[in-house]
Design a binder for this molecule. Structure first.
Ligand SMILES: C[S@@+](CC[C@H](N)C(=O)[O-])C[C@H]1O[C@@H](n2cnc3c(N)ncnc32)[C@H](O)[C@@H]1O
Length: 199
């Protein structure tokens, strides 16, 4: 059982995240993605960014924790939601973009590499990724949760030839320069990766 499979931990996170959302990230995505495009959010948590994404795009939310999905569905009965692990991405559906805000830092570098490979397979041609991370180096564990910090260099070393970098931007969430987001476009080379080889 993971940290976010506990109702109390989820409530604590919801309260802690009060007053924060990813509107700057959603706006950055909107600079590159036409309105109405399909977007999958990974690790939607309380769903504040999902609601923002849904204002401009055809948004699908997902999380590994069913508690967050049930919580969001209470207020949004028609929402399109998937129970999905960001590492394995076990869905046949494809999207114009995949988005996450402070989710993929819970993955090890190997898991992140695998996740990006899976994401390439779930993107339509010219599809985009936008993912945010905590800026820094190394890995820590708090309350059984992994935190892997990233720099532009560490992220560039992970995404490989399936993607082309559009932007990697430092920004502030709590403390000056504590965050960065990576915006990638699926490269035409990804088209030649047979689906059967994506594990
Ligand atoms: C720090 S919270 C961020 C939630 C939300 N994106 C936000 O900005 O408030 C991390 C979220 O990622 C989810 N998560 C962690 N590991 C995951 C994984 N491997 N696959 C999918 N979701 C994951 C957690 O359940 C939680 O909802």
């Amino acid at each position: 059982m993971g940290f976010y499979d506990d109702e109390e931990n989820v409530e604590t996170y919801v309260q802690m995240a009060e007053g924060y959302d990813g509107r700057e990230l959603v706006a950055a995505l909107g600079q590159h993605l036409p309105p109405g495009s399909t977007v999958l959010e990974l690790g939607m948590g309380p769903g504040k960014d999902l609601a923002l994404l849904a204002e401009a795009f055809t948004a699908t939310g997902s999380d590994r924790s069913d508690i967050f999905l049930r919580r969001y569905r209470r207020d949004h009965p028609d929402a399109d939601l998937l129970l999905l692990d960001a590492v394995t991405l076990e869905t046949e559906r494809c999207f114009d973009a995949i988005y996450s805000n402070k989710v993929l830092h819970h993955l090890s570098v190997d898991e992140l590499r695998k996740s990006l490979h899976r994401q390439a397979a779930r993107l339509n041609a010219d599809g985009l990724l936008l993912h945010s991370f905590w800026y820094g180096e190394g890995t820590e564990e708090h309350h059984g949760l992994r935190f892997t910090y990233h720099t532009a260099e560490s992220l560039t070393a992970v995404f490989g030839s399936e993607f082309e970098k559009v932007a990697c931007v430092c920004y502030t969430e709590i403390d000056e320069g504590d965050s960065l987001y990576l915006l990638l476009r699926r490269s035409s080379q990804a088209l030649s990766v047979p689906r059967a080889n994506v594990t």
